[in-house]
Design a protein around this ligand. Structure first.
Ligand code: ZN
Length: 469
């Protein structure tokens, strides 16, 4: 066996004290650090804050040995309206020591200016032309409008806009520019969208005007086609088509309506504002007795049975208005059609007739509508035609809503207005007692003097007054 020799070293007295001292110092340090408070940061110790922005310091949280927490805030207020660096100390005192924790807040303009381009970020321009700058605006949070500082650099297929604010923040924006025509030509009709022709009346082409972003004259490219047969009553279309040199195509349509002409030596009795019990029923009796057909532009008034009688007894029925309130129906297109639809539905529900005949309250030439909406009659006239309706004005006002307020005056007014050489579309009101009372004599006079009576239908050429609004 090999014997191990363990050498025992003696520890001297002085070494012993040193060891004890070191141990004591370490323990004391340990105890000391135990009592040092723990700091938690609620925000970084260095913060950069944009000028004019809202800023509030979140402070720091101190926890002591026993877990008690205190939130410490900087004493100074940070003013974000000015460029400045703040060096602040969070200060905390416990029973023994005072601690300082430095905090730095830098207020400065760190926001880039903005560039707003007019037009699209992809701009097309005519292949045979030059790109024209569409414009831009530059705005900065501090310097405000800096449009004049924008540098514009034109490259082959793009434009680069750059701007720098007084704090050195830079913005760069790009616009692609493409030499390609993507815009359709614009076709505008000369003359009306809706043309009425009497049977056998020749159609005269008013043609169109064309404008295009790239091509100056496309007139020779227009293709006009129509399916008009003016020997037959019907609705026809004239189609206008055009392509520009980049093959962008446009097409529009004009409606042509061939109608039976209003007849000379003929009387078209038209009654508005009814039906009304006590007048319309008597008027229907008279018409029946004389074998005369008339046209009634009705409202929501009177008995349903009168609406039914009008249709059952072979008269024409059309829409006048539900409310007859100019301030309402002529205040907007929607109002007009809401009102119209009520009467249309009433007629349809009672008779099954989906009438397309309209008489505007006050006639299409009324000026009162101007008070409620400028230009509304011009709009409505087009809208109703595009919806398949037709409006009928008159060329003789019987005066029963104004001066002819007794049967004799009304009789004289009507017979003095009649003519053998023209058509006679007479405006009357079946709500008036004197109209009821004069009707028999008016019809007798007209028949004795060789006039015929007819009602209006959708194939009848409309009587249209000149629009004034
Ligand atoms: Zn009326």
């Amino acid at each position: 066996m090999k014997s191990k020799k363990i050498k025992k070293r003696r520890v001297s007295k002085s070494e012993y004290f040193i060891n004890i001292s070191v141990t004591l110092v370490l323990v004391l340090f340990g105890v000391f650090f135990l009592f040092v408070p723990k700091v938690s940061l609620n925000a970084p110790l260095k913060e950069i804050v944009n000028i004019n922005s809202y800023y509030t310091d979140k402070g720091i949280t101190i926890s002591d040995l026993f877990g008690n927490k205190t939130i410490i805030k900087p004493l100074d207020d940070i003013n974000t309206k000015k460029d400045r660096e703040y060096n602040i100390n969070y200060t905390y005192k416990d029973n023994i020591f005072t601690y300082h924790i430095p905090k730095e807040v830098v207020v400065k303009d760190i926001e880039k200016p903005k560039i707003k381009l007019n037009g699209n970020k992809r701009a097309y321009y005519c292949p045979n032309g030059e790109y024209k700058e569409l414009g831009f605006k530059a705005y900065d949070n501090v310097d405000k409008d800096i449009t004049d500082k924008v540098k514009v650099e034109r490259l082959k297929d793009k434009i680069i806009y750059t701007v720098e604010d007084s704090s050195g923040n830079k913005r760069e924006v790009e616009r692609k520019i493409i030499a390609k025509d993507v815009e359709k030509p614009i076709i505008t009709l000369n003359g009306d969208d809706n043309i009425f022709l009497n049977l056998n009346e020749p159609y005269i082409e008013d043609n169109v005007t064309i404008s295009d972003n790239c091509d100056s004259d496309l007139t020779s490219n227009i293709k006009i086609t129509n399916d008009i047969d003016n020997t037959k009553v019907g609705d026809y279309r004239v189609t206008y088509e055009v392509s520009d040199s980049s093959n962008n195509k446009s097409k529009i349509v004009r409606n042509v309506k061939v109608r039976e002409p209003l007849k000379t030596n003929t009387i078209y009795l038209t009654f508005d504002d009814g039906p009304r019990d006590g007048t319309t029923d008597v008027i229907l009796d008279i018409l029946k007795e004389k074998g005369v057909k008339a046209t009634f532009f009705v409202t929501m008034n009177g008995s349903d049975s009168l609406i039914k009688r009008i249709v059952d007894e072979g008269h024409s029925i059309g829409i006048h208005t539900a409310s007859h309130r100019y301030d309402l129906i002529y205040a907007s297109v929607d109002n007009y059609f809401n009102d119209l639809e009520q009467v249309r539905d009433r007629i349809y529900n009672i008779t099954g007739v989906d009438t397309k005949l309209i008489r505007f309250p006050g006639g299409s030439s009324n000026t009162i509508s101007k008070k409620y909406k400028e230009g509304i009659m011009t709009t409505l006239v087009n809208d109703i035609l595009n919806k398949g309706y037709q409006y009928y004005d008159w060329n003789i006002d019987s005066g029963d809503a104004s001066f002819a307020t007794n049967p004799t005056k009304l009789y004289n007014s009507v017979i003095n207005s009649l003519s053998h050489d023209k058509y006679n579309v007479i405006l009357m009101h079946d709500t008036k007692t004197y109209t009821r009372d004069a009707l028999s004599k008016i019809i007798d006079y007209s028949l004795t003097n060789g006039y015929s009576f007819e009602s209006i239908n959708i194939n009848t050429m409309p009587v249209r007054q000149r629009l004034n609004n």
